[in-house]
Design a protein around this ligand. Sequence first.
Ligand SMILES: O=C[C@H](O)COP(=O)(O)O
Length: 252
Amino acid sequence: MRRKLVIGNWKMNGNRAGNTALLSGIVAGLNDAVGKPCADCAVCVPAPYLAQCQAELEGTPVAWGAQDLSVHAAGAYTGEVSAQMLVDFGSTYVLCGHSERRAYHAESSELVAQKTVAALAAGLTPVVCVGETLAQREAGQTEAVICGQLQAVLDVLTVEQVAKLVLAYEPVWAIGTGKTATPEIAQAAHAFLRARLAQKDAAVAQGMQILYGGSMKPENAKELMAQPDIDGGLIGGAALKATDFLGIIQAV
Ligand SMILES: O=C[C@H](O)COP(=O)(O)O
């Protein structure tokens, strides 16, 4: 039985005072919940706030991490942040290949694969994001696109390394638009991804947490998470309000 995982991706949002209010709200909500939460949870924050997460989340049920990393270990790479720097601040997770990185920073699937390798080498858990645009879906290319994005990563990893990944399916047309994929559409994509993973290794495919991302909210989370191949959520907008984020965790 795969454990559910809910990750909040703050994107480029936050400030010190607001972060404290949000994080303490999440922690208080989890502590108030009756029994142990049935999902693991984490926040992926802008790199400058990793120290704040470490100071305010250590010892709580909320893990933290970053939204991107460099493929390089160190050196003359102005503006880049290495995997080891993320580890220095207690990060567990790092997003690799979020669609906004692919679209606005021209990240290729090959670069995403290299970032995944760098994250694993530092002991981080990469959350590899895949997803098609609306034009690609309408052209019937969804499976080819997400398969290509996944394959680029699988090509450079051993089975043991693949077992350490988290995968996120985020249809670009559902991100920040309020247009959530229906549970059936999301389930079909997740099942497809799991079948592709099974071609690498059946047991690893069965154990892989595949998160859904794209306008997930407390109101639609329950139905999405009830799908057999949806193992949690990668949450954008709704991760910026403690009650919404907790509502999604409670929907598990
Ligand atoms: O990483 C999170 C996704 O991009 C989803 O964002 P959203 O929940 O605002 O649609």
